[in-house]
Every structure is written in C-alpha cells, then in structure tokens.
Design a protein around this ligand. Structure first.
Ligand SMILES: Nc1ncnc2c1ncn2[C@@H]1O[C@H](COP(=O)(O)OP(=O)(O)O)[C@@H](O)[C@H]1O
Ligand SMILES: [Mg+2]
Length: 361
C-alpha cells in the first residue's frame, strides 16, 4: 500500500478552500485547489489554474487527486458528472437552485417561507396571492451574500424587480417576520456517522453575514437543537450526503423555517476553528475521506466578519482574546476579507470590535 498522503481537490480557491487546506495539515492530508491565479487559497496550498466551467479541464484536475469537493455550490452541473465528488452532484444541484431547494425542504417535511416560481412578469399575480407582501424576489441560481435579491413592498414593484433581476428565472418569497436567524452545521461520513454542532445565531446586514454567536440565544424555545438536528438528519439521509452541510433557518416564535442550505463548509461555522474540539473544516475532510469524525464539543464563541477591508494588524494585536483570520484578499466593498473570533466572555472586546467593524465596512 502506498503511504502517500490522501489528496483532496477543491473546486474553488477562496477563503473556504484556504481554511480547508489549513485543517488538512494536521490530518496529514494534502489539499490542492482549482481556481484562478491570485486566488487567496494559493497562499497556503498548491493552486492549479483551472477554468471551472471547462469540463475537460476539471476532469483533468480530478484525475490528479483522490476525492473532489467544492467551496461554492455555484458550479455548473455539467462539469460535476463523473467526478469522485463529495458531497454528491445531486446534493449540490438541489442547493444551487432555490426552487428545487425549497421543494426538497417540503418533501422532507420542513417548513419554508411561502414561495412561488417566477418565469415571466405575468406570474407575479398568482405569486403574490401565495406570498403576500412584503416579498422578496430571488434569482433561482447564483445568489450569495444577498446578491440577486430584490425586496417588494407593493404589487406595483413587480415590474421594476423583474427588470432588476434581468428576467432571470426566480422565486418570490414571503418575508418571514423572524425573531432570529440560526444555522445548524452537521458532518456525515461515508458510514453515515453524523455529528452536529450547536445551533449558531446569525446577524446579517444588507444580506451579508456580520456576526455569529454560539450558543444561540433562544431560551424561550424548548427542544430547538433536537428539532433542528431531526430536520438536518432527514436532509442528510435523503441526499446520502457526505461532508459538512450547513442549513440556515429563520426562527419565528417557536417555528423553525428553513431558508437555504449550503453543501459545504459555511461562514457561520468559522468559530469552530478556535471554539470546537474539531472544526467544521477538519470534519468535512474527515467525512469525505471516510475517517472517524471528531468531537463537536464547543465553548461559547463570537465570530465577526470583516467586510470590505481588514482592520490593521497593529489594532487587533493588543486584544489577547481575539483570533485574527486575514484571508489575504484585495479590499473591495462588500467582500468578505477576513474574520475575528472571540470567546463569548470577552464581552467588552466583542462589543468594541462589532462597532469598530460596523463603522469601517
Ligand atoms: N423570506 C425571507 N424573509 C425574511 N428575510 C429574508 C428572507 N429571505 C432572505 N432574507 C434575509 O436575507 C438574507 C440572505 O438571504 P438568503 O436567502 O440566505 O440568500 P444568500 O444566498 O444571499 O445568503 C437572509 O439571511 C435573511 O436575513
Ligand atoms: Mg443565506
């Protein structure tokens, strides 16, 4: 038997690939990324320049590794066939199309916001009858960080919203009057062994995740963790899912309403690097390589995203409880360029940095 390290090929070379590569080292696993020159994961892992739309190029890349995984669900289905891919192409296909995703949640007996497909302007009338107002128009594909979404407050907004999404196949969703947003992350390996992280509470601004807190603060809702785990277990089993899966929920009173799922490691789980015995990145690699999963025992943590620009290192350095992750990306408005994590009891530091980052991004 060869003793060479197992090789994981990641389609994409952004910060999620970067953190997968960092988690691979202690496992004795090699991560190789497929992306564009200058992508940030290239700082810590071999980066092969691959056009991710080119089926032949992706296949050639896959031939150099043992298993393939993704850092973004927005990869064309036509390059995914025939790869040793984890999670599988069906799971990715459902997660990359909002209509299929919502229908799949319903098939699994999980609540969603009211929704209706929009393929032409005339579809709005019937859709409003289902969603009510206010509503959100979302393109079915390629949305992230709130992109491809338009809010509607009256029936008269339909035409402008439809032209704003460029007439792309979309769905209209009723706005959920949520009390909080939470996510559940799980990792499942090839034997079906599954571990769950504690529910995470998430705060978005302008459609972009700003803050994640664990544990989530919903003491009035009994049995929430168990309920979320039951839902996610159904998704994992029906998809024969292997890897880390993130599911975003709205909590509206006692109702747990699924919003979307990400067939990959997720921004709301970045705190697991410092805060959990095994990070979401390590458990993703373990799952797809069929290793035993690691414990998700966690301590209370806060994660703050750095959007647009990274605060200077000389400013973060004097905060002893702060862990700084600079992805090494070029500053750009609305771009995730890094994150900070803190143990939850560093309350004053968390508040200081929450305000400081709000001012700067
Ligand atoms: N139906 C909805 N009701 C209320 N808020 C919503 C709804 N859909 C989206 N949002 C808000 O917008 C954010 C981003 O939307 P989401 O569907 O998660 O798209 P993305 O793929 O951009 O993350 C959500 O986290 C939530 O804050
Ligand atoms: Mg989302």
């Amino acid at each position: 038997m060869s003793s060479r390290a197992q090789r994981v090929g990641v389609l994409g070379a952004g910060q999620l690939a970067l953190m997968l590569a960092q988690a691979a080292q202690p496992l004795g696993v090699e991560v190789i990324c497929a992306g564009a020159a200058g992508d940030c994961a290239g700082r810590v892992a071999p980066l092969v320049e691959v056009d991710l739309e080119d089926r032949v190029a992706v296949q050639a890349f896959a031939d150099t590794v043992d298993v393939v995984t993704i850092e973004s669900e927005n990869i064309s289905a036509n390059v995914l066939g025939g790869l040793p891919l984890f999670p599988n192409a069906r799971a990715i296909g459902i997660a990359q199309e909002r209509l299929a995703e919502k229908r799949f949640f319903h098939e699994c007996g999980i609540d969603t916001a009211p929704f209706a497909p929009i393929d032409k302007l005339e579809d709005f009338t019937a859709a409003f009858a289902i969603t009510g107002l206010p509503a959100i128009l979302k393109t079915r594909r390629l949305g992230y960080d709130g992109k491809g979404q338009v809010r509607l407050t009256s029936v008269a907004d339909a035409e402008a919203a439809w032209s704003e999404v460029g007439g792309a196949p979309s769905i209209l969703e009723g706005v959920v009057p949520f009390t909080s947003e939470v996510s559940l992350l799980a990792s499942r390996n090839r034997h079906g062994d599954t571990v769950y992280y504690p529910l995470i509470q998430n705060f978005h601004r302008d459609g972009i995740l700003r803050t994640s807190l664990v544990p989530c603060n919903a003491p009035e809702v009994p049995g929430l963790q168990a309920r979320a785990e039951t839902y996610v277990a159904r998704l994992l089993e029906r998809l024969d899912y292997i890897g880390t899966l993130a599911v975003e929920f709205f909590l509206a009173g006692h109702r747990l309403i699924a919003n979307e799922m990400a067939p990959r490691v997720h921004n709301s789980g970045h705190w697991t690097i410092e805060g959990a015995q095994t990070s979401q990145f390590s458990n993703h690699l373990r799952a797809i390589l069929d290793m035993p999963l690691g414990s998700t025992a966690s301590r209370p943590m806060a994660m703050l995203n750095c959007i647009g620009t990274m605060p200077p290192a000389h400013e973060t350095e004097s905060f002893r409880q702060l862990s700084r992750h600079d992805y090494g990306k070029q500053p750009r408005a609305g771009r995730k360029v890094g994150h900070l994590t803190f143990p939850r009891d560093a309350v004053a530091d968390i508040e200081f940095w929450r305000h400081r980052l709000e001012e700067s991004c």
